[in-house]
Design a protein around this ligand. Structure first.
Ligand code: ATP
Ligand code: SKM
Length: 166
């Protein structure tokens, strides 16, 4: 099986869905954010505050290209589509799934989470601008789009499997 890449904004459910999807398909699961933390030996907040976003993006691309291309589900960071090279890497693949969710639902899901340096509940306007600016890039890179706003994780997993069969 070609690796499946889940893309989408922070809080769209990529990490949660990737785990259940990989379990169901009996393949390995990777999360680019977790791989970056392992590689850097620092949290994402520390990488952003000590080394800067540019360094984070460098590590993110390095991790993306190093993960297995087969028998895996890869959950990607929300900003993976920011780099032209990453977009080219993803758009050459069939199994790229865009998990979308309404902005208000994302903010509700992440309201008590302070692990995402680019998402501040104190600056909702900036977060919404970032969200709106990225949607066209997720759409362009993905073969399948699923709105996760009002769906359970198991429904989303089944929908991904069904739509990949087509
Ligand atoms: N379908 C869903 N319905 C309700 N809550 C969900 C759903 N999917 C994920 N969540 C919740 O939303 C939060 C964010 O989910 P998750 O970490 O999987 O998102 P993500 O897309 O991986 O975010 P990031 O890119 O920032 O790592 C978690 O608390 C998770 O439990
Ligand atoms: O949307 C983004 O740019 C990010 C999303 C997270 O998954 C992390 O990759 C990091 O916090 C940056």
């Amino acid at each position: 099986m070609e690796a499946i890449y889940l893309i989408g904004f922070m809080g769209s459910g990529k990490t949660t869905v990737s785990q259940e999807l990989a379990k169901k398909l009996e393949v390995a699961v990777y999360d680019t954010d977790q791989e970056i933390v392992k590689l850097a030996g620092k949290t994402i907040n520390e990488i952003f505050s000590i080394d800067g976003e540019e360094k984070f993006r460098e590590l993110e691309s390095k991790v993306l290209y190093s993960l297995p291309l087969k028998d895996a589900v890869v959950s990607t960071g929300g900003g993976i589509i920011g780099s032209e090279k990453n977009r080219a890497f993803l758009s050459g693949k069939m199994n790229v799934v865009f998990l979308n969710a309404e902005f208000s639902i994302i903010m509700e899901r992440l309201k008590d989470d302070d692990t995402r340096p680019l998402l501040s509940t104190n600056n909702i306007e900036a977060a919404e601008t970032l969200y709106n600016s990225r949607i066209p890039f997720y759409r362009e890179a993905a073969f399948i789009e699923i709105d996760t706003s009002c769906k359970s994780v198991s429904i989303i997993v089944n929908e991904i499997i069904q739509r990949m069969k087509k």
